[in-house]
Design a protein around this ligand. Structure first.
Ligand code: NAG
Ligand code: NAG
Ligand code: NAG
Ligand code: NAG
Ligand code: NAG
Ligand code: NAG
Length: 522
């Protein structure tokens, strides 16, 4: 599959770019190109191993006349950098966008992925050097600079078995509460390495899938079941104990959710770790137990409600917020992507309108999850990269402040997962070859995460004629304008972007993700 000619091309690119750095300019600095492998029909991945991995450095335009475009295409470009100069006039044909930095929307919190047991097991299955390349790809300045890590509290379906931190029946004093080998081998060390590599302020977000079976109505990890009311306080203490144990390991959480996907405990279509809540039971629990306990433990920690599907908006949140005390404890709303194509994005806008001071954060996404997805992992699928691109664009255009992917890495089957609930991942590890594959989904995410540090603000980007190009615009804290353009068409497009008196006339290749950056006029 991996043709020798591809290797030659890579070698050629490396040597030509080394020569050109001195002559052709700054914009080719240091980047190692994608070591492409085509799995057929332009299903292309970038292969990384212990000695090689593609990198991407963010370079800033040198003057206010200059812009830089990073392009990834179905045909195989990955963060291909080109630079250009603004024109005095916009071209008359093609799509035309207008930037207005004075009209601003939400502020970005960031982007990331989840440190599941499965992710840890896969990452640790690589040699030390290959593992370093994987973590660098996600977190370092040479990678896509994720600043969020979601951490399951004990096990979830992406674990090798079912467990919680206190599986001793009736242990209401939590005497036997303890972190597990998974924390010490697959979560804590990797989180620490990621944080060391990150140059951004790193945020950890915790979520529990279920309480120990003995605290629940159905005495099970999954299925139709709720927390018994007599254990509302014990369950709260359990969560605080978790935060405390991680603090003792030097890891401080930025936020915690009220629990992963409460709907799964009410409508148990899938049998994996879950615990049901209703807005009404959560109101009691948050008001009388969780809210006050968190405030006492760490007044700064963010409490994130819902952590479930878009279709539950806004009614679930309306119900919680109708209690003033509960509303005072809630900082934000977590949404999952799984049924986004069936439920409109206006549900997000509606929620924002009702509660403008609560942030909305996309906290989980993965493809290949549906029963009719025959291939759980589809190596190199550009279409799946496009699904990520489309959803992130849609979310961010509707008040969402960041987007957190599911497992950071899975194996060739899309696991391990004790419940056989396999899915795809932005990075797939092939342990037997000691290599991993950065899929189009990885680059789709990177077109946002790399260029939008926390504090970036969405600005108005209007179109006179969009020519089928989907778009979004931002202003970063260092006064860089970032515009992301997505061409889903099978034809190249010409695009003009006007920012007051400056005009950019560019060609956008077919089936491409593009990030344009330039200095804001000050
Ligand atoms: C690692 O990848 C590089 C670039 O694709 C390749 O030249 C090298 O042979 C690979 N090394 C191993 C051990 O597979
Ligand atoms: C990729 O980058 C090179 C170098 O900047 C440039 O010459 C080429 O036009 C780019 N290709 C596309 C399709 O943007
Ligand atoms: C830009 O946005 C500001 C603030 O919303 C508005 O007053 C102004 O008219 C807009 N400018 C243009 C050219 O639309
Ligand atoms: C919990 O601790 C209390 C006070 O130390 C004790 O009286 C009680 O028996 C303990 N309960 C269990 C189940 O161990
Ligand atoms: C908790 O786990 C750690 C590490 O495995 C172990 O050293 C410790 O003894 C355990 N504590 C309890 C109370 O089981
Ligand atoms: C994984 O690596 C093995 C070699 O160890 C190779 O035979 C197999 O084709 C690789 N899988 C993929 C999907 O590239």
């Amino acid at each position: 599959m991996f043709k020798r000619s591809t290797l030659c091309l890579i070698a050629c690119l490396i040597s030509s770019h080394q020569q050109s750095t001195s002559t052709a300019g700054f914009f080719l600095i240091d980047d190692k190109p994608c070591a492409k492998r085509n799995y057929g029909s332009e299903n292309i991945v970038c292969v990384c191993n212990m000695t090689y991995c593609d990198t991407i450095n963010r370079v800033l335009p040198l003057s206010s006349r200059e812009y830089i475009i990073y392009t990834s295409t179905k045909a195989g470009l990955r963060f291909n950098k080109t630079k250009g100069m603004f024109d005095d006039e916009a071209q008359t044909d093609g799509a035309h966008f207008f930037v207005n930095l004075s009209t601003t929307y939400q502020t970005i919190l960031g982007f990331g992925g989840a440190f599941t047991d499965a992710a840890g097991i896969n990452i640790e299955s690589l040699s030390m050097k290959a593992k370093e390349n994987l973590l660098q790809s996600y977190f370092s300045k040479e990678g896509i600079e994720f600043n969020f890590g979601r951490v399951p509290i004990a096990g979830c379906d992406f674990s090798t078995h079912e467990y919680t931190y206190d599986d001793a029946p009736g242990d209401t004093n939590l005497t036997y509460f303890n972190l597990t080998v998974e924390d010490f081998f697959y979560k804590i060390p990797l989180i620490k390495e990621a944080m060391k590599l990150s140059k951004r302020e790193f945020h950890l977000l915790a979520a529990a899938w279920t309480a120990p079976p003995w605290m629940k109505t159905n005495d099970d990890y999954s299925g139709f079941g709720f927390l018994k009311e007599e254990y509302y306080e014990v369950w709260t203490e359990y969560l605080i104990k978790f935060l405390d144990k991680y603090e003792k390991e030097g890891l401080y959480f930025w936020g915690i959710s009220t629990g992963n996907e409460p709907i799964n405990g009410i409508i148990p279509v899938n049998r994996f770790n879950s615990m049901g809540w209703t807005p009404s039971t959560q109101t009691t629990w948050i008001k009388e137990h969780l809210g006050p306990a968190l405030k006492k433990f760490d007044p700064e920690i963010k409490l994130i409600a819902l952590d479930d599907q878009r279709f539950m908006l806004p009614w679930w949140i309306n119900k919680l917020m109708s209690d003033e005390e509960v509303a005072s404890y809630i900082d934000g709303i977590g949404v999952h992507w799984y049924w986004d194509s069936w439920f409109p994005a206006c549900l997000l806008g509606w929620t924002h309108q009702n509660f403008p001071d609560k942030f909305i954060l996309a906290t989980e996404a993965s493809v290949g999850d549906k029963p009719w997805d025959f291939e759980k992992v589809k190596i190199g699928s550009w279409t799946r990269g496009e699904w990520y691109m489309e959803d992130i664009l849609e979310d961010l255009n509707n008040w969402v402040t960041g987007w957190i992917d599911w497992n950071l890495a899975l194996d060739l089957k899309g696991g391990p997962n004790w419940a056989n609930n396999f899915v795809d991942s932005a990075v797939i590890v092939n342990a037997s070859a000691n290599e991993f594959y950065k899929q189009p989904m990885f680059y789709a995410l990177g077109h946002f995460s790399k260029f939008l540090p926390e504090g970036s603000v969405r600005v108005e980007l209007s179109a006179e004629h969009n020519g089928g190009i989907q778009s979004i615009g931002f202003l970063t804290p260092d006064d860089t304008v970032v515009i992301i353009l997505y061409n889903k068409l099978n034809s190249d497009s010409s695009v003009s972007i006007t920012d007051s008196t400056r005009h950019m006339n560019i060609a956008i290749p077919k089936r491409s993700f593009n990030t344009v950056i330039y200095k804001a006029m000050t």
